[in-house]
Write a protein that binds this ligand. Structure first.
Ligand code: HC1
Ligand code: SF4
Length: 574
């Protein structure tokens, strides 16, 4: 442990603790812009400078570990003046159009500017005008707003291992751009939106579809139905000042009705349906010579990554569509028939924690299996929050309401899809039943829970050993794939029979379309909310969902049957 002093207050912290973190121990939050707790300190902005006794120059608190006996001054008139000057310099290259910026009111630069009382910029303005890149359906890149903090580049390269973003040019001419200066669509971008979730300003943001959704709601002839993803229910409250992880499912259903949606469904219902298809697919492959491992495919950033960087794994991907897509096609076929509403008059909107889901809705021809585009618009948690605010709805004080039948009721297995390990755990709960024809006494699989980047385990299903792996955060996923490829190239047994992959840290609760500001602490709170939803569910296995049983009896036939195959399965590009 290291003993030091921050502003004259003694503090003892573990070796390696930075001044930034040690200061928190004595209640000081040192201002910062480029630093994010998910990333290695890059010390690019210089806002977190502090004085250290004996040091001839100010040091950056984010990148300087405390030493024994170190005496740190986090603020005095000189430190504050240096920080203000750094901010003024950043602002001299930043467009002065906060009123029209999507991050207004939620911008780290704007907050700092307000805190430091900046009223004018004493430097010549040098804003470089660059057209926003709108080439993908998922995110918009607006380099003109970039403050060169480097967070997005570190996220894309180090956390995700994708290398789609980089800084181009030198000195004053440095600018953010997709690698090789192509547009985002032509780059290796997998649309996970983690860059937008980590951007402190308005330089990268979700493509906004809310105007289209409002127009559909207004259209009398349209029957507008909506679904909410598992992870939205534990994060939307944050946009209204509620605690991260607050479970607000009932309030969301009410808010959606008050916004004008005609029917409110739940992606969790379709997650249960996915388990019936994917669980059956696993059991079939496991008992009938593969191909193994089976790899989950409900994360579109992962399928995009696989198609671009690992096409040799195409046949290992589950052909089951994601729950988002399953609910889309079921609303324009089964629901359309039951409700007597022509599918052409149904508009399906999904609310997802994800920017990549905007891409998934037109990913392949199978996303039009109803004869129409199965999902018309996919909006993020952040966009839904904006719609609720635009409507002036007092979200925090909304009463709860129930989801609509027949595509709404869900089990605990459906809800845990929203966290890393959840799809695997849900699949195992039903695979156990499909293999043994008995139900588990204890449905929790602790081995697949938690934030470790790769979790591997051997599961015993009444004497049958199933080797599984769960990976989250794209950079970790690559390591699992490399391990499988190595075994395959040597002609060995695959190290795993079943693999779950989610591109975002923590799974979808950490999705790129969730409210800004996620840290591991916030991800842990959201995860807790999801597991609470599971624990309080009366039914906790997908095969017990009566609305799923009914849809097979009345409409789909058998899991993996002809109709299920036609509507609920997909293919991938090689
Ligand atoms: Fe996800 Fe999924 S869990 S992919 O993260 O399989 O987006 O929440 O909706 O489709 O169910 C996202 C979340 C989500 C799908 C489900
Ligand atoms: Fe989207 Fe979830 Fe995949 Fe992230 S992990 S890209 S939120 S589907």
């Amino acid at each position: 442990m290291i003993e030091c002093e921050i502003n004259g207050i003694p503090v003892t912290v573990p070796a390696g603790t930075t001044i930034l973190d040690a200061a928190k121990e004595v209640g000081v939050e040192i201002p910062k812009l480029c630093y994010h707790s998910d990333l290695d300190a890059w010390a690019a902005c210089g806002i977190c400078v502090v004085k250290v006794e004996g040091s001839p120059k100010m040091l950056r608190a984010c990148a300087t570990p405390v030493g024994p006996g170190m005496k740190v001054i986090t603020h005095d008139p000189e430190v504050v003046e240096v920080r203000r000057t750094v901010l003024e310099l950043i602002l001299s290259t930043h467009p002065n159009d906060c009123l029209k910026c999507g991050r207004s009111g939620n911008c780290e630069l704007q907050d700092l500017s307000a805190d430091f009382g900046i009223r004018e910029i004493p430097f010549e303005e040098r804003v470089e005008r660059i057209e926003p890149d709108t080439s993908t359906p998922s995110i918009v890149l607006n380099p003109e707003k970039c403050v060169k903090c480097g967070r997005c580049v570190l996220v894309c390269q180090d956390m995700q291992g994708v290398h789609a973003l980089e800084f181009i040019g030198r000195g004053d001419g440095t600018r953010l751009a997709p690698a090789a200066d192509v547009n985002l669509e032509e780059s290796p971008c997998i649309k996970c939106g983690q860059c937008s979730a980590h951007c402190p300003v308005g330089a990268i943001y979700e493509s906004d579809d809310t105007k289209h959704v409002w127009n559909e709601i207004k259209e009398d002839k349209k029957h507008v139905v909506v679904q909410i993803a598992p992870a939205v229910r534990v994060a939307l409250g944050e946009a209204f000042g509620m605690e991260p992880g607050a479970l607000v499912t009932g309030k969301i259903y009410t808010a959606l009705r008050r916004l004008g949606f005609d029917a409110v469904f739940d992606t969790n219902w379709a997650a249960d349906l996915t388990i019936l298809e994917e669980g059956s697919e696993f059991v079939k492959r496991f008992t009938q010579n593969g191909p193994l491992p089976l790899i989950t495919s409900c994360c579109p950033s992962w399928t995009d990554y696989m198609e671009k960087f690992a096409p040799d794994f195409t046949e290992n991907f589950s052909t089951a569509k994601s729950p988002q897509e399953m609910l889309g096609v079921m609303s324009k076929t089964y629901y359309s028939e039951k409700a007597g509403i022509d599918a052409k008059d149904i508009t399906m909107v999904s609310v997802m924690p994800c920017t990549s889901k905007k891409y998934e809705i037109t990913r392949s021809d199978e996303m039009f299996a109803s004869g129409y585009q199965d999902i018309d618009y996919s909006i993020t948690t952040r966009e839904l929050a904006r719609m609720i605010k635009q409507a002036g709805i007092d979200f925090v004080n909304l009463p709860d309401s129930e989801v609509d039948s027949i595509l709404g009721q869900y089990t605990g297995a459906g809800t845990i899809f929203g966290v890393t390990g959840g799809v695997m755990e849900a699949a195992l709960r039903s695979a156990y039943y499909l293999i043994t024809k008995e139900d588990l006494e204890k449905v929790e699989f602790e081995a697949v829970r938690g934030m470790e980047g790769v979790k591997a385990a051997e599961i015993d299903i009444k004497g049958t050993k199933v080797r599984i792996a769960v990976a989250h955060q794209m950079g970790n996923c690559q390591a699992v794939i490399d391990q499988v490829r190595e075994a395959r190239d040597k002609g060995e047994e695959p190290p795993y029979h079943f693999i779950e992959v989610m591109a975002c840290r923590g799974g979808c609760i950490g999705g790129g379309g969730q409210p800004h500001g996620a840290t591991d602490e916030i991800r842990a709170q959201r995860t807790k909310g999801i597991y609470t939803d599971d624990e309080k569910s009366v039914l906790r296995c997908s095969h017990h969902n009566p609305e799923i049983t009914r849809v097979y009896e009345e409409f789909l036939g058998e899991p993996l049957g002809h109709k299920a195959h036609e509507l609920l399965h997909t293919t991938y590009k090689k």
